[in-house]
Design a protein around this ligand. Sequence first.
Ligand code: UD1
Ligand code: CA
Length: 455
Amino acid sequence: MSLSVIVLAAGQGTRMNSRLPKVLQPLAGRPMLAHVLDTCAALGAGGVHVVIGHGADEVREAFADSEVTWVDQTEQLGTGHAVAQALPGCTDDDIVVVLYGDVPLVRPGTLKQLVAAARADHLAVLTAKLDDPSGYGRIVRDKRRRVIRIVEEKDASESEREISEINTGLIACPVRLLRKWVSQLSANNAQKEYYLTDVIGMAVRDGLNVQATQATSKNETLGINDRRQLAEVEAVLRRRNAEALLDAGVTLIDPARVDVRGTLVCGRDVTVDVNVVFEGEVKLDDNVVIGPNCYIRDSQIEQDSVVHANTLIDSAHIGPRCNIGPFARVRPETYLGSEARIGNFVEVKKSAIGKGSKVSHLTYIGDATIGANTNVGAGTITCNYDGVNKHRTKIGSDAFIGSGVELVAPVEVGDGATIGAGSTITKDAPDGKLTVSRSRQTTIDGWKRPEKKAK
Ligand code: UD1
Ligand code: CA
């Protein structure tokens, strides 16, 4: 018997107050649905059927690379109706798990238990006990504590609303049985919708024992209907990511103030200060230190490098023992060799900077190659753009660029060259020589300051 999954993701998410379809709302930097599809992949399901409706084209496009089967639900007539659209694509002998696109935290292990509880001829439902069950469907049990049905909050009596055990929405069931029950649903309820939850009552009516399993942690089953819940789930994910980093040996100065929006892989004894955001795929090698308020995206930073406060690094490769910031901006396609130094208010773009070279203050390096052990003085600018095209600047090794130099690309500065401060360099500067381009300083003897005439 193999496993299929149906993911319900057609709803508009009215309570989000947003133009974006709910399942595309970002959660830890990725669409909410991406988290659910990760879980499906971890379950090893044979087929994943995702029911979409509201913003269907946008959802499909956001997951263009994904191998799921898209199922259209043109009118959102309820969760039962949504499942009915997907069931024709499922095989009778399969067990199907129904997941909700807006319940993204559930762990694969919890779902495996749910599937085990369903076996060949049972219906299993995942429930949770909540301090505040409001908004959720409630699990109604008889005197012998057997599940007999689920009642939606809007249809519940006052005493039923007192029940603290809620329906997480997730069920596992043999396809054959679910097909039969779903075809019998009616929309005779407060919301005039076909409720998937009504199949629980039907299973009991058919004499089946409904299995209720509980999630290992109650946070797993949080549903996201509004932005408060979105923020709550974001905080849970932040906490989960931080705990995984702590367990892997990373020092987080405050685990509540580090955001991982993607994947962060760390070596040994990495330290991350507060308010750091990691996006995409980031790799920090052994002993890397990230100061407060940094933003690092799709980059690798090699061992023993230090990134000081308020630094942005995007799509760059930082070699070992580098020193960057504070207040530096390292833009895409930047490669720093070992022991390079990028100081405050320095912007580097699409450039390679060699071993031990220093660019310490107030500088723009764009489309450049710099050799080893070169020093770039304060306020240097590579003038890489002529208004139409970008041009490259090449600086050799052991060069010394004085302060306030403009390098008008395309231009080359040789190995061991020295460029006098304040120069505008438009022609190549040869190896080992001093090149200066500025008007000579003169002092005018006998010059008098103008004086105010007395009235
Ligand atoms: C649902 C459950 C409720 C449970 C809660 C858990 C029903 C009737 N109620 O309520 O018992 O406690 O989830 O979070 O199932 N969807 C579709 N097509 C539709 C309607 C909904 O694809 O026609 C999708 C939505 O996009 C969403 C999911 O199904 O991802 C749940 O729908 P939603 O309207 O959020 O149901 P709840 O009111 O939260
Ligand atoms: Ca919901």
